[in-house]
Design a protein around this ligand. Structure first.
Ligand code: NDP
Length: 458
């Protein structure tokens, strides 16, 4: 140890970096964490957490409608965007402060500066010179990717800016059909913003189960969001009233704000990794093995910067596994199989395991169980929103390969399903579970009849 300034130097104080740093420091190791921005990373500062606050805020529009159906008289409602932003920023500051305190309480040193790898054991800290470390952990996360070949792209915002708009726009055009595009489309639509999604593909949410994709798109459209599929924005111009987006098919879309959500990329730029000999993938992600170890003996990487599954809880588990392996003599890997995910659209999506298409491709014959229904809360007041629940089951073994839920609290429901599926639950075991009544989730354990998809000749 005497040879190095630190046992561990972590670059990036987001979910993965903070977890690894805390655990390592708690083992007695001398740890430093460098962060160029605010402590907490994408999740806390400009991702999951502020996004969820915006989801909550936007859901009230629908709640007021529902409340009327349940006998409430509701006067004029008005949303105060600046008041919401202040409250949101206060809460983010509080949470970031907790991250800082947790690091300090664990004994880790926080360095507020950009750091770059100089060589296998040396880190250059901006404005503070170089330090040496026995081990280096890269946990710098990802960043929104913006195309460079769209004239006028400088007028468009990414999700980073969507959290800080000075005024709530009257209209927004959102490019992309993934998590971020759809979540923000639902947020803005809920807040009363005229919202249009422009997506190049034939359906949104590529990678998810096809029934889920179609259902989410239909429900979003039923709530007033315009979704233009097979379309792409190829130029943006400033106009007297705002912006004009030209689509490839010649269609022009006018809006006050244009947001691009075409994916995120690993943040490795300026980190000195290639120069230090760290192997990167074609899109710049750090190449790692199951132990998050790079090709350089003293350097590891966790979280979005490795572009495995880009979700906060995954980064946390990768960071924890790294710390267990390297600082507690307990070799640990994180199993990336059966990781559930949620999309906080309206309605929300919870999904774990394989889509029907992937299951058919991988396992051949599968049985499908599917329910599409209006929840009792909807039927009471005449609401038309529908839930969708779907199970994908391997024929023969009866193992449940996929569980997909589009429903209020779908993400809460899927967490429980994920436990059972991680344990390899079969359909008979699943069905032996008694329903909780009256709930939405009971539908999941009462689906008995196999569903024949129309494409298979039902
Ligand atoms: P996604 O990868 O989910 O979606 C990107 C979208 O942009 C896709 O619809 C894609 O289309 C489209 N696209 C990509 N390149 C182009 C292009 N050149 N021209 C036109 N369209 C393009 O990225 P997001 O930015 O939505 O989210 C990034 C990641 O962040 C997610 O993968 C997820 O891991 C994480 N995240 C998770 C959330 C959650 O857990 N709730 C919330 C938000 C983000 P196509 O499908 O055709 O490729």
């Amino acid at each position: 140890m005497a040879d190095y300034d630190y046992d561990l130097f972590v670059i990036g104080a987001g979910s993965g970096g903070v977890r690894a740093a805390r655990l390592a420091a708690m083992s007695g190791a001398k740890v430093a964490v460098a962060e160029e921005s605010r402590v907490g990373g994408t999740c806390v500062i400009r991702g999951c957490v502020p996004k969820k606050f915006m989801v909550y805020a936007s859901e009230y529009a629908q709640s007021f409608e529902t409340a009327r159906g349940f006998g409430w008289d509701i006067g004029d409602t008005r949303f105060d965007w600046p008041r919401f932003l202040r409250a949101k920023d206060d809460e983010i500051a509080r949470l970031s402060g907790i991250y800082v305190r947790n690091l300090q309480n664990a004994g880790a040193e926080l360095v507020h500066a950009k750091a770059r790898v100089k060589d296998a054991h040396t880190v250059e800290v901006e404005g503070k010179g170089t330090v040496t470390a026995k081990k280096i952990l890269i946990a710098t996360g990802g960043r929104p990717w913006m195309p460079t070949d769209v004239p006028g792209i400088e007028h468009a915002i990414s999700s980073n800016e969507a959290f800080h708009l000075a005024e709530l726009p009257k209209s927004i055009v959102i490019a992309g059909g993934g998590y971020i595009a759809l979540e923000f489309a639902c947020i803005f639509n809920g807040l009363g913003v005229e919202t249009t999604v422009v997506h190049r593909g034939p359906n949104v949410l590529r990678g998810f189960d096809d029934d889920i994709r179609s259902h989410v798109a239909e429900e979003m459209e039923a709530r007033g969001i315009k979704i233009r599929l097979g379309a792409q924005i190829n130029a943006i111009e400033k106009t007297a009233d705002g912006l004009s987006s030209a689509c490839v098919d010649g269609h022009m879309l006018a809006s006050e704000v244009v947001m691009f959500a075409l994916g995120r990329g690993p943040y490795t730029e300026g980190l000195g990794l290639a120069e230090a000999g760290v192997a990167l993938t074609a899109n710049g992600a750090v190449k790692v093995d199951d132990y998050s170890h790079t090709n350089i003996d003293s350097i590891w990487a966790v979280g979005d910067v490795t572009d495995r599954i880009n979700l906060t809880p995954v980064a946390i588990r990768e960071g924890a596994a790294f710390a267990q392996t390297e600082f507690y003599a307990n070799p640990t890997t994180f199993d990336h199989d059966m990781v559930a995910s949620a999309i906080f659209t309206q309605p929300q999506v919870g999904s774990v395991g394989l889509s029907e298409a992937d299951a058919r491709h991988k396992y051949g014959k599968v049985d499908i169980y599917l329910a599409k229904f209006r929840a009792m809360k909807e039927t009471f007041y005449g609401g038309q929103q529908r839930c969708l629940m779907k199970l994908v089951v391997e024929q023969g073994s009866e193992r449940i390969l996929g569980c997909h839920v589009v429903a209020p609290d779908g993400p809460e429901i899927i967490q429980m399903a994920a436990i059972a599926m991680k344990m390899g639950v079969t359909k008979p075991q699943w069905d032996a579970t008694c329903a909780v009544h009256p709930t939405l989730a009971e539908e999941l354990v009462t689906m008995r009849d196999k569903y024949m998809p129309p494409s298979l000749g039902a």
